[in-house]
Design a protein around this ligand. Structure first.
Ligand SMILES: [Zn+2]
Length: 401
């Protein structure tokens, strides 16, 4: 995630904090230090906020460690003012794994809530979120409440909440992953509409925001699932661009930028003696043009640190990789030579084509079945209907189903 500062690693997982988090701390300090309270009150409130976010971090670590148990790496955990996000490399398709990974976070929060509740009882604190004056009691009770809210909020059975993943997992056991997701998304969106309508009657802004949060989160999960389902079993070689222009390192910046237009290509592999030196990226070239002479060799603007992939790499993983990074294009390398370029647009286009083809195949099958019923098995239409659109559009490199 952009604009995040690395804090270090926990269990080998990079922990980052989004810069907007510091606005939250500044706001908390201002509220407590300047509104008739003391400098010390401001600092205590900031410390308490940091502990609250340590609880959020523990929740995300819970997800990450169970994911690791199932062989899924966590790229990073990012703390935002609205909560935390564990960026898992891949959500496993096996429903029971997804259910357990999703439950791990609320489970950690529930344990923390119970601990803070017990500690609150021990010091005989009243459960309150009233911060009029910060005492040990108000600290413990707010820590209890925040963790309890984390559990309750996350168990709402709607994406992007953990409860949505548990719900999808349960539905997937019965209907399969894709249909399970479609139903989980529908239920989540219906729930979101309910929240939004109710928030108007109850005049409750928080509920309205939760409603929209779920509405967009569920829609996004539905979109992602359709793409992932369409990419199932496909590899880089299926979707990569096979005809593309390359640059030599001594080509001028001017020529390179002209090729962006003439070749309709944003990023260019820079190749010398058959070996890939790096990628000349569109934005780097434009920035170079502003600051340097157009006759400067392109070699000066080449980024030599780049991610590459191989023709057999699963597209689903590459889709997640590209969607989460700021790299627009990655080179596909086979035996040391570059054989293709892959971008998010390219993968999206491939997914769309594949979905359309599947739709055509389903229609053809239905038509063939109807024809078979009409003419009897082995009739003139039963075999011939299959060899039309679907096979004609399949790429030579591989199987589209
Ligand atoms: Zn969670």
């Amino acid at each position: 995630m952009r604009w995040s500062l690395p804090l270090g690693r926990l269990f080998g997982i990079p922990i980052k904090v989004h810069f907007t988090f510091f606005f939250l701390l500044a706001y908390v300090y201002y509220e407590f230090a300047h509104n008739g309270k003391s400098h010390a009150a401001g600092l205590v409130a900031v410390a308490l906020t940091c502990i609250l976010f340590a609880c959020v971090l523990a929740h995300e670590i819970g997800h990450s460690l169970v994911a690791r148990f199932f062989g899924t790496r966590t790229r990073s955990i990012v703390l935002l003012p609205i909560g935390g996000v564990a960026l898992l490399e891949q959500i496993p398709r096996e429903p029971y794994k997804e259910i357990l990974i999703a439950l791990a976070g609320p489970f950690v929060s529930a344990v923390l809530a119970a601990l803070f509740f017990a500690a609150g009882l021990a010091v005989q604190a009243e459960i309150t979120l009233d911060f009029a004056d910060i005492t040990l009691g108000t600290c413990l009770s707010s820590l209890f409440l925040i963790n309890a809210i984390l559990v309750a909020f996350n168990l709402i059975p709607a994406f992007p909440m953990d409860g949505g993943r548990v719900f999808r997992g349960i539905l997937s056991l019965a209907f399969g992953w894709e249909r399970g997701t479609i139903w989980a998304v529908r239920v989540g969106q219906t729930l979101a509409f309910g929240f939004i309508v109710f928030s108007f009657f109850a005049n409750h802004l928080g509920l309205l925001l939760v409603g929209f949060f779920i509405l967009f989160g569920a829609g996004e999960e539905g979109r992602l699932t359709r793409i992932r389902a369409a990419l199932e079993g496909a590899v880089a070689a299926h979707a990569m661009r096979r005809t593309f222009a390359v640059l030599s390192p001594d080509e001028t910046l001017r020529n390179a930028v002209l090729k962006v237009v003439s070749c309709n290509q944003d990023d260019f592999p820079v190749v010398a003696g058959g070996a890939l030196l790096g990628m000349a990226r569109h934005d780097a070239m434009l920035q170079g043009l502003e600051r340097h002479d157009p006759s400067t060799p392109i070699a000066e603007f080449v980024s030599t640190r780049f991610t590459s992939t191989e023709p057999g790499a699963p597209l689903e993983e590459l889709y997640v990789l590209l969607a989460r990074s700021d790299r627009r294009t990655i080179p596909v390398i086979d035996g040391g030579a570059i054989v293709g370029l892959l971008s998010l647009e390219q993968i999206n286009r491939f997914a769309q084509l594949r979905r359309t083809l599947r739709g055509i195949r389903r229609d053809e099958k239905a038509a063939a079945d109807r024809a078979a019923e009409t003419y009897g098995e082995g009739g003139p239409s039963s075999g011939s209907a299959r060899s039309t659109a679907s096979d004609a559009f399949a790429p030579p490199a591989g199987d589209m189903t």
